[in-house]
Design a protein around this ligand. Structure first.
Ligand SMILES: [Zn+2]
Length: 509
C-alpha cells in the first residue's frame, strides 16, 4: 500500500486543538513509522476545507486516480474534507477501489460499509469530532488506566514503548534510579545530591540540565515504583514491572519525611532536641561557654538548660559531662552482648520455619478476600455502567474498594516475602541491641549515643539534672534486667531474659 500524507491547516482556524502543519507532519511521520506505512509523499495545504476548490487536495485525488498511490494518511477526516462534495469524492474513490485505505491517528477507519458511514459522518460533522478530541484522549487514558497502563510520560527508569503503547523498564536507567533510592535510603545524600548522581549517569531533564529537586522528591515518593497508578485522584493497579522493593521504598519515605521536617536549631549539640524539661515541659536548649585561662589555654563547656518559655521553672543548667554518662547508661541497658547473637539467630530461624506453615494458610485466606473485593469492584463498575450508580459515588466507592484491595495485596506480598510481618522487627531489634552495646562501650561518641538513645526510647525528660526515658518494647524488657544482656550469656541470664521478651526458652541455649 502506498500512502500520500495530506496535512492542512487554514489561517481561519483559530482552534488550538487543530495541530499546526508542522505538528501534523511530525505526528504522521511517527504514526507511519509505528504502523509501518509506506508514505510516498507529503502534501500540505494552508487553506480552508469549508468550500470545495483546494488545489493540493485536487492533486491528491488526481494521483490516486492515476494509481500513483492507493491510500491516504491524514491527522483526522476533517483535514481531508469538511464539505459533502469533497467527502463524496473520497468515498467514491473507496467504492471504486482506487482508494484502498485511509489512516488517521485520531480516527479509526476501516473500509467496510459501516466504516464508510462513520467516515461520512466524520466529514460532515468534523467540528463535532474536533471538539471531542480532547474528550477522546481522556477516554483513551481511562481505558489505558483500566488496563494498568500509565497514559503519560514514563517516570524515570522507565520508557514508553511506542509499539505496545505500554511502559517498559529502561534496563540502564532503572539501575541508576534504583541506586538513587538506595543512596537516599542510607540517609547521607540530599535531593540535590541525588539529582547530581542521576545527572552523572545520564538521567536529566530537557535541555541537558540536572533534574530539579522537586522532581527528585516526587520520584522518590512516587508509588508508581510499587506498581500503583494514581491519576486524577483515582488509584489503579499498574501492569508494569517494578524494580524497587516495598522495603526499600518505605525506607526512602522515612528519609524524605526526615528531610522535609524543619531542622532543629543547634543540631550540632549532641543532646539538643533529645529531652524536654521534666518540670515545665519546655524544650531544652544547649549553650557553649569557652573558659579562658590566664596561661592562654581555654576549655569549652557545653550546658543544657530549660528554655522556660512556657511558664516559670526552677530547673538549673546541666553540663554535657554530667549528661553523657546518663544516656550512656540508658543505651547500655538496652544493649545485647555479641555472644547473644547466635542464640537469637537460632530462635528467629526456627520461628520463621514455624511461621511459614501458618503463613501458607493465611495466604489462602487473603486470596479469598482479594477475590471477594474484585467481585465487589466488578459489581460496582457494572452498576456504574448501567447508570444505577452516580459517577461521584462510583469514584469514591471505587477508591475505597481499591485501597482495601491494595492493603490485602500488600499484606499478602509481605507474608510471602518474609514469612510473617513481625519477624523483621524482631531482627531489627536484635541488630539494634547489638549495636547499642557497641555504642555504649565506645568513647567520645556523644552524637552516636544521642542517635541510639532515640532509637531505643522516647519521651526523654530532664529533671533535677537526671535524665529519664520511656523505652520502647522490647528494649524496656531488656533494660528491666539491669543490663544483664550487655554481658555474655550464661544459664542464669538466659532464663531470666527470655521470659520478659516473650521468647520460648526451648529455642535458646
Ligand atoms: Zn523547665
Amino acid at each position: 500500500m502506498k500512502y500520500i500524507a495530506y496535512c492542512r491547516k487554514s489561517t481561519d482556524e483559530k482552534d488550538k486543538q487543530v495541530l499546526s502543519i508542522e505538528a501534523q507532519i511530525a505526528e504522521l511521520k511517527e504514526f507511519a513509522k509505528r504502523e509501518k506505512l509506506t508514505v510516498t509523499e507529503f502534501i500540505t495545504e494552508a487553506k480552508t476545507a469549508k468550500a470545495p476548490g483546494r488545489e493540493q487536495f485536487a492533486e491528491v485525488l488526481k494521483k490516486i486516480e492515476k494509481g500513483m498511490a492507493n491510500a491516504i494518511l491524514s491527522w483526522h477526516p476533517d483535514r481531508l474534507a469538511r464539505n459533502s462534495i469533497d467527502g463524496g469524492k473520497i468515498i467514491y474513490l473507496l467504492d471504486t477501489g482506487k482508494l484502498l485505505d485511509l489512516k488517521f491517528p485520531s480516527f479509526w477507519f476501516e473500509s467496510t460499509p459501516q466504516g464508510k458511514f462513520m467516515l461520512s459522518i466524520a466529514f460532515g460533522q468534523s467540528k463535532y469530532y474536533v471538539d471531542n478530541l480532547s474528550e477522546n484522549v481522556k477516554r483513551g487514558n481511562r481505558q489505558k488506566l483500566r488496563n494498568g497502563v500509565w497514559p503519560s510520560k514514563a517516570p524515570y527508569g522507565y520508557i514508553n514503548n511506542p509499539k505496545t503503547r505500554g511502559i517498559d523498564i529502561d534496563e540502564e536507567k532503572s539501575k541508576v534510579v534504583k541506586q538513587s533510592f538506595q543512596l537516599f535510603a542510607d540517609g547521607n545524600v540530599s535531593f540535590t545530591g541525588i539529582s547530581q548522581f542521576m545527572f552523572k549517569f545520564g538521567i536529566k531533564r530537557e535541555g541537558e540540565k540536572p533534574v530539579k529537586v522537586g522532581q527528585v522528591k516526587n520520584m522518590l515518593s512516587n508509588r508508581f515504583y510499587l506498581g500503583i497508578l494514581k491519576y486524577a485522584g483515582e488509584y489503579y493497579q499498574g501492569s508494569h514491572k517494578t524494580f524497587i522493593s516495598k522495603k526499600l521504598f518505605d525506607e526512602v519515605q522515612k528519609q524524605v519525611e526526615k528531610i522535609e521536617r524543619p531542622r532543629q536549631k543547634g543540631h550540632n549539640f549532641a543532646f539538643a532536641g533529645l529531652a524536654t524539661c521534666g518540670e515545665c515541659g519546655a524544650a531544652i536548649t544547649a549553650e557553649q561557654h569557652i573558659k579562658k585561662y590566664k596561661n592562654g589555654t581555654d576549655q569549652t563547656f557545653i550546658y543544657y538548660r530549660c528554655t522556660k518559655k512556657l511558664r516559670p521553672c526552677t530547673q538549673k543548667y546541666v553540663s554535657e559531662i554530667e549528661l553523657e554518662p546518663q544516656i550512656r547508661k540508658i543505651v547500655s541497658d538496652c544493649g545485647l552482648h555479641e555472644d547473644w547473637e547466635p542464640y537469637f539467630e537460632k530462635w528467629i530461624t526456627q520461628a520463621e520455619e514455624k511461621d511459614k506453615l501458618v503463613a501458607g494458610v493465611e495466604e489462602i485466606q487473603l486470596d479469598g478476600q482479594i477475590q471477594e473485593s474484585e467481585v465487589k469492584l466488578n459489581r460496582l463498575l457494572n452498576g456504574y455502567l448501567d447508570q444505577v450508580i452516580e459517577p461521584e459515588i462510583y469514584k469514591q466507592k471505587k477508591n475505597e474498594l481499591f485501597e482495601e484491595k491494595l492493603k490485602l495485596e500488600e499484606k499478602k506480598s509481605q507474608i510471602s516475602k518474609s514469612g510473617t510481618v513481625w519477624l523483621e522487627p524482631m531482627r531489627e531489634f536484635v541488630n539494634c541491641a547489638l549495636q547499642a552495646q557497641k555504642v555504649a562501650r565506645a568513647e567520645n561518641n556523644s552524637h552516636d549515643l544521642s542517635i541510639m538513645g532515640k532509637k531505643v526510647g522516647s519521651n526523654f525528660f530532664l529533671n533535677d539534672r537526671r535524665l529519664s526515658a520511656t523505652l520502647d518494647f522490647p528494649f524496656a524488657a531488656l533494660s528491666a534486667e539491669g543490663g544483664a544482656a550487655s554481658a555474655a550469656p550464661n544459664s542464669d541470664s538466659i532464663s531470666f531474659l527470655v521470659t520478659p521478651l516473650g521468647l520460648e526458652p526451648r529455642f535458646l541455649g
